[in-house]
Design a binder for this molecule. Structure first.
Ligand SMILES: Cc1cc2nc3c(=O)[nH]c(=O)nc-3n(C[C@H](O)[C@H](O)[C@H](O)COP(=O)(O)OP(=O)(O)OC[C@H]3O[C@@H](n4cnc5c(N)ncnc54)[C@H](O)[C@@H]3O)c2cc1C
Length: 334
């Protein structure tokens, strides 16, 4: 029984607007370094500065491939083409990408071109008998399935890992101590049919003005119970330095942009702290918060399903509870 893969793993390593590795990218690299004994290749789609290179090495990357595609990094097709070029150049056995919308699309695109398989929404990665095992929530989070994914140099499977799912079953992931900085190896991906789609503009949506929802450590969510008062939701989010999310009902009502929707047909989040305000806890919503470590709910219905999964529940009116909570947090923070 081997507990490490014997082929290299390629990791799509997203950078933020300032050129620093996204926290999710570092987690994914560290996860990969715990899965394989044959090296972890980071693929970046923009130039990587010395500080960022050191961070990638510290997270477990042993090589860095750079396909500088400029603004086209936002396009899933171009990202997929870059993954294919990197996978072929380095003969990797497995490819890991972040499980956001673009990552999932890029994974499908790359898997088709590589003639391999794609697995979306993977979590809790571990290796048993040289095979990667990944669990995945299906049917609105009511079932967990476990898949065995066999690394295959030449036709590497592409796995999209859900936010917060990059946690090896072996326990907490430690950064690599004393890792050398990496040299950037340039890569020229051939952009094929994906070139028929081009980027017209890219603007940060108003809801994304705070921390990014998918990456946020703290998320405050407004449901139908806030009755359109997202200023109330934001007042708590601000004091907690949290991202603002919403249920589908709140988005359907037009109280907040659709991009804030969390759940089966929205974004999946995996924060340290999730605070639901006036959220009942329907399975379509809670399937998107399975990775949350601590769940707090403020809801006026003591029978609301969210209270069954909450670590801390307050049964009360959000218009009374939230201002008190904000005042107390402000007081505690001095
Ligand atoms: C195919 C499909 C996909 C879906 N995908 C999603 C998805 O991705 N994300 C999603 O969120 N939903 C999704 N839904 C909808 C989902 O089933 C629920 O309808 C929705 O999540 C409920 O949102 P809610 O909790 O805001 O509203 P409700 O279920 O109406 O809950 C509101 C809660 O607030 C409480 N409340 C009311 N007033 C107050 C107050 N003043 N103070 C405190 N509490 C108060 C109520 O008692 C209630 O418990 C989907 C549905 C379908 C069929």
């Amino acid at each position: 029984m081997s507990d490490l893969l014997d082929s290299p793993v390629l990791v799509l390593t997203d950078l933020d607007d300032a050129g620093a590795p996204a926290p999710g990218a570092l987690e994914l690299l560290t996860t990969a370094s715990h899965l394989t004994g044959s090296g972890v290749l980071a693929l970046a789609l923009a130039d990587v500065g010395p500080q960022a290179r050191a961070a990638l090495a510290g997270a477990g990357a042993t090589r860095l491939l750079v396909a500088d595609v400029g603004q086209r990094a936002a396009l899933a097709g171009v990202t997929g083409d870059a993954l294919v070029a990197a996978a072929r150049a380095a003969d990797v056995g497995l490819v890991l990408v972040p499980g956001d919308y673009r990552g999932r699309e890029a994974a499908a695109h790359a898997a088709v071109l590589l003639g391999s398989a794609v697995v979306a929404d993977a979590a809790d990665l571990e290796v048993a008998d040289g095979v990667l095992r990944a669990s995945r929530l299906v049917l609105s989070g009511s079932w967990t399935t476990t898949l065995a994914i066999r690394p295959h140099p030449g036709q590497p499977p592409v796995v999209a890992v859900r936010p917060g799912g990059a946690q090896a079953a072996s326990g907490p992931l430690e950064p690599v101590v004393g890792a050398r900085s990496l040299d950037a190896e340039p890569l020229e991906p051939a952009v094929g049919a994906a070139g028929t789609v081009s980027l017209v503009s890219r603007e940060r949506a108003a809801v994304a003005a705070g921390p990014d929802l998918g990456e946020a450590r703290t998320v405050v969510v407004g449901g139908r119970g806030v009755d359109g008062d997202f200023a109330l939701v934001r007042s708590l989010a601000e004091v907690l330095d949290a991202a603002v999310g919403a249920t589908r009902v709140a988005c359907d009502e037009g109280w907040i942009e659709r991009s804030a929707q969390i759940g089966q047909t929205g974004v999946s989040v995996a924060p340290h702290l999730y605070v639901g305000l006036g959220v009942s806890g329907a399975v379509h919503h809670t399937s998107g918060i399975q990775g949350a470590e601590t769940i707090v709910a403020v809801v006026d219905d003591s029978e609301a399903p969210i209270l069954e999964m909450a670590d801390y529940g307050v049964v009360g009116d959000v218009t009374e509870v939230v201002p008190q909570l904000v005042d107390e947090l402000v007081r505690l923070r001095g």
